[in-house]
Design a protein around this ligand. Structure first.
Ligand SMILES: [Zn+2]
Length: 89
């Protein structure tokens, strides 16, 4: 029997040079800037609306990682197979 865990709405928090990044759906990332602004950014819109910090480098890096993970079938969905993995989702 297969148990499928619903993981929609989960996200991982990742510390980056200009603040925090919340990995969200492929193609966009939610970024918490050092200025406190939380905004969803894409590779085309990656500048903080509030302070103007350019997050392009970070966004591209995160999206590249997301793409790798997509290609390996969203590994966090199988976290239950690993005992004590302690993943948030
Ligand atoms: Zn900012």
């Amino acid at each position: 029997m297969t148990v499928v865990k619903r993981t929609e709405g989960c996200y991982e928090v990742q510390d980056v040079e200009f603040g925090k990044v919340y990995r969200w759906e492929p193609g966009s990332v939610m970024v918490e800037c050092d200025c406190g602004e939380r905004t969803t950014l894409t590779r085309l819109e990656s500048v903080c609306m509030r302070c103007g910090t350019d997050h392009t480098h970070t966004v591209l890096k995160i999206l590249a990682v997301q793409q790798l993970e997509d290609e390996t079938l969203h590994p966090w969905r199988y976290a239950g197979d690993r005992e004590g993995a302690g993943l948030p989702c």
